[in-house]
Write a protein that binds this ligand. Structure first.
Ligand code: HEM
Length: 358
């Protein structure tokens, strides 16, 4: 609007100068040139602005505005519309060719150029009226090529470009939150990785059950206390029942005792009483009419040596039956058999009978 105002002011000034020229122009006869021009171009102010423009500043604001509006739509028409004016507008052609090459195909450019040419000719319908008209359209294309038209054309061509789609895919890729571009690590992965803990918790169940089972299973055994009747002792190394069995199985094991005659002895209670395991003698005991030397078995007795020797020099049948009647006495002490138990009377009578025979 500012340029239009300035243009109108200049036009009015030119119009005033034209109708009321100064005396200096009339005296020297210089005003002759404006007269023919006025005859050829009566109405349009733009054509009148051309002479004032040459006399004034180079930019020529009014012509620029008029051409500016037209240049936004079809700036290319000027380059091809005036082939004879190409000499005066070398730079103008380059700028317009760039715009046409960038935006529209050659057929479209030709159509626009033809329409532009018709517009430039306007109502006068004269192809190349005067140098003033020729110069008038020339400057506008130069300036619009520098600032306004390219910006509008470029802006229109750059409107759709890629930056927006770049931002959208990132947001879409991130997914849920529009602002959360820094939220790629999603808790879902964490939630998907949390099953191990659940598995761990699942593994925790067995321990509890095992502890319960262990407690339940160990409770009876742990709580179980040896009864008062159980008086087993810890045997020394090499004195287990198997060791005794191995020793008894050997021939000439000498388990009956050293210095005894072969065969079974007739042992009276008095004799048995003297074999109590004291003073270097073996401990004998009787069970069901048989006399056994228990001294070799004493270290192997599970109830201990003291318990076993409680029956030394006497009959152990009562004690044995009270403690462990299930034990196989003969199977353990077969090799320890000394003789048979006989009464005193029987032994005395037998001795008397032998003396009588002599
Ligand atoms: C004087 C006679 C005896 C006495 C006082 C006596 C005493 C004992 C005692 C107190 C126990 C421990 C029982 C327990 O803790 O449950 C025991 C175990 C045993 N005694 Fe005797 N004992 C005698 C004679 C014998 C004889 C002559 C033999 C072999 C023929 C023998 C073989 C055993 C055996 C094999 C055991 C282990 C039983 C088991 O594992 O349950 N005992 N005895």
């Amino acid at each position: 609007m500012g340029w239009v105002g300035v243009g109108t002011i200049i036009a009015t000034a030119g119009y005033a100068l034209y109708h009321y020229p100064p005396r200096s122009w009339t005296k020297s006869g210089s005003p002759t040139p404006p007269e023919p021009i006025s005859d050829e171009t009566p109405p349009s102010p733009a054509n009148e602005l051309a002479p004032a423009k040459h006399g004034a500043d180079p930019p020529t604001p009014p012509s620029i505005d008029t051409e500016k509006d037209e240049a936004q739509t079809t700036p290319k028409a000027l380059a091809s519309s005036a082939p004879p004016l190409v000499l005066a507008v070398p730079a103008l052609n380059l700028a317009e060719e760039k715009d046409t090459s960038d935006d529209s195909p050659p057929s479209r450019v030709a159509a626009e150029q033809s329409s532009r040419q018709q517009r430039m000719i306007g109502p006068a319908q004269k192809p190349a009226p005067s140098p003033s008209l020729a110069t008038a359209p020339i400057p506008p294309p130069q300036q619009p090529s520098s600032a306004p038209p390219p910006s509008s054309a470029r802006s229109s061509s750059l409107m759709p470009p890629p930056p927006v789609p770049r931002l959208r895919p990132t947001a879409q890729s991130n997914g849920a939150s529009p602002t959360g571009q820094l939220q790629p690590p999603r808790p879902s992965a964490g939630s998907s990785l949390r099953p191990p803990p659940s598995a761990a918790s699942g593994l925790r169940v067995p321990p509890s059950s095992s502890s319960q089972l262990s407690s339940s299973t160990l409770a009876p055994t742990a709580v179980k206390k040896p009864s008062a009747s159980s008086r087993k002792v810890i045997l020394g190394p090499g004195y287990s029942p198997l060791d005794w069995a191995a020793r008894a199985a050997k021939p000439n094991n000498m388990l009956r005792g050293a210095g005894l005659p072969p065969g079974l002895l007739r042992v009276t209670p008095s004799m048995l009483k003297t074999q109590n395991g004291r003073k270097g003698r073996d401990a004998w005991t009787s069970y069901l009419g048989k006399v056994y030397n228990i001294s070799p078995y004493a270290p192997y007795h599970p109830g201990g040596k003291g318990e076993l020797l409680r029956g030394a020099g006497k009959d152990s049948a009562q004690l044995f039956q009270e403690i462990h009647p299930w034990v196989n006495w003969d199977g353990i002490l077969s090799e320890c058999l000394v003789g048979i138990l006989v009464s005193e009377n029987d032994a005395l009578a037998e001795n008397n009978a032998l003396d009588a025979m002599d």
